[in-house]
Every structure is written in structure tokens, then in C-alpha cells.
Design a protein around this ligand. Sequence first.
Ligand code: SF4
Length: 201
Amino acid sequence: MTSPPTVRTPRAVRTPPVVRTALRICPLCEATCGLEVGLSDADGVVRIRGDRRDVWSAGYLCPKGPALKQLHEDPDRLRAPVVRRGGRLVEVGWDEAFTEAGRRLGAVVAADGREALGVYVGNPNVHNLGGQLYLKPVLKGLGIPIEKDFSTFEFLGNMGTVSLPLTAALAEEREFLRPGDRVGLLGIGSGLNCMMLGVEW
Ligand code: SF4
């Protein structure tokens, strides 16, 4: 007779005590909710909750706010720039990453002219001071006119990927998109997920 399988009870995970609270703003979207980040004595994130004293969000958070802890601790999170070498993504320093980006963009411009470059401007540039400040100089440096970004955020609001068909229809109606144009459709959810599709219009 075989003995019954041993049932193991899961070991309780000990949550370290919160010794310090850091007040931060959620960087994921333009709602800019106030965060209360509870930290352990080793500066690990113990929990994240809404800051009730935040004058704007008054304690509200969508599910992505508290999930910043998991995002922060995700072993697959990129902590340094990566470039593809021989089919593999390899971590490099920022200087090398910028040099590589310049080399590859330069090759695109040399082959097809500046018209071959496009730009997508979305979260978090619309609510990030650094993004607002440096966007124009970066575009100017690349020789990309800001009009190349056909943004509907101002009047459709943050509708995410569902705005793509509406935006494309408007762009065609206003002759921003013409038959034969090569278009990049990007759906980016606060940097947590994204989907991209290149089409010839
Ligand atoms: S992602 Fe959620 S928690 Fe963060 S700012 Fe936007 S609505 Fe607030």
C-alpha cells in the first residue's frame, strides 16, 4: 500500500516592517497620483498605497500604482541600456548606447534622408518636466519636425490603443496620411506593455 502524499503547508512570508515612508508621484500616466512608498530598513519596498493627503489624487490609485513594487523588483526589468550584438541583447553603458543609436540613425538618414525618421510622443512626456524640456531640442537635433507627431491626446484624451482607428481616420481625413505612406502604429500602456505595427497606408 502506498502512503498518502505529504501535504506541505506554505511557509509564511515575513514582511519586513515599514521604517520609513517616501512620498512620490506615480510616473506611469498623466493622472500623476500621489504614492506612499513604505520602505524597510534595507530600503526595500514593503508596500505602496495611495497618499490620502495628496491634493490631487486624495488616496486614489489604479491597480498599476501598487504594482510598481513588483515592477521595481522584476528580475527582467531593464536596469541598463541594451544593444543587439550577434542576435543577442547585451547590456552596455549609456555612452555606448547613445553612440550606437547615433550610428544606426545616421545610417538610416544616409540611406533614405531625414524623411525616413518619425516620432512618437506620448506618456510620460506629456506629464514629465524632463520630457517637456528636452523633447524639442532632441527632435531639432534629429531634424524631425514636431508636426510629424499626429497626436489626438489633446481632444480625445488618454484612450490608449482604442484611439488608433479614430486617430488614423482623422489623419486620413486631414490628409496627414496619404496612400503609400509608411505608418508606425504604437500602442503603449504606461510603459508596462506595448504593441507596434508597421503598415503601408
Ligand atoms: S497609472 Fe494609475 S496610479 Fe499611476 S498615475 Fe495613472 S491612474 Fe494613477
